[in-house]
Design a protein around this ligand. Sequence first.
Ligand code: ZN
Length: 320
Amino acid sequence: MKPRPSLDLAGTAEFLKSGACKSVYVLTGAGASTGAGIPDFRSPGGMYDSLRPELITATEAQRKRMRMDPVNVVMKDMFFQNQFPYLEVRRPFILGTQQQQWKATLTHWFMRFLEEEGLLKRLFTQNIDGLDYQTGISPELVTNVHGSLARVSCEGCGYEMPFDDFCAQVRTNVKDIYRTDPTAPAESSNINCPRCNAPLVKPNTVLFGGSLPSAFFEQLDDLNGADLLIVAGTSLVVSPANSVVMYVAKDCLRLIVNKEPVGQDLGIRYGKDATRDVWAGEVSCDEAFLDLIKMLGWQDKVRKIKHLLPESNQAMVKDL
Ligand SMILES: [Zn+2]
């Protein structure tokens, strides 16, 4: 039997320092990036909440679908009918990504620190913002479960288009439904694939009704070797990404960093029922990982990158 750490953040830190914990896997979601200012598209004020289908270039029937369920914006069959809902809704997110408008948070940096300590075996992220890479984390350790905004390809023929070329066309061809960019065109026109000429180019994000990257399924079996699984900033409602929590061995410690306890339906147990699950409490991801950083004595690592953190994190680390 492995020695059982106490089921709290301090116990998790002790376990990480003990040498008995050699293999850490991580699953992140939108909460990892909220400190960077990227709104969770499911939350109030997020992309779905503020969607105004009447502004989108679409037929009345397509607008009706989006009104009934905003997820239709990123549905595969919708995209194949009309690429504008996706491109118009995501325009600021695509161009902001190109301009590095958002900065990696303490949560992203914590994963990089885990790699520096030789502990990180894999980071599965459901986020498409690519902020993980800003920390210099080894790209081969990162699996973008839902794809990435910063790579572009044709859904028809697979042609990969350089991100900057694509962004140049987004700027000139796609109207700004948020009305923040005065240089945007008044009407949208298609962005066609340079190879097959179909209007099917878009960032490599996984559409609803589309399939996840095959690497994700191949890597799930590795989770069996995990000593610690960290689940951060995800409500664990999106399948199959949420199945990560079930692929770890029965004695693997699981740390849940999310403002509410999640995953009870997937077998995660809290409070007196907990046997190997730790809830970080009602705190943001960045707060929880800063606490862990202090418990681990990794303050020096943060001091070195302090100036790179987003504004919301600056106040948290000013006395470090
Ligand atoms: Zn094509």
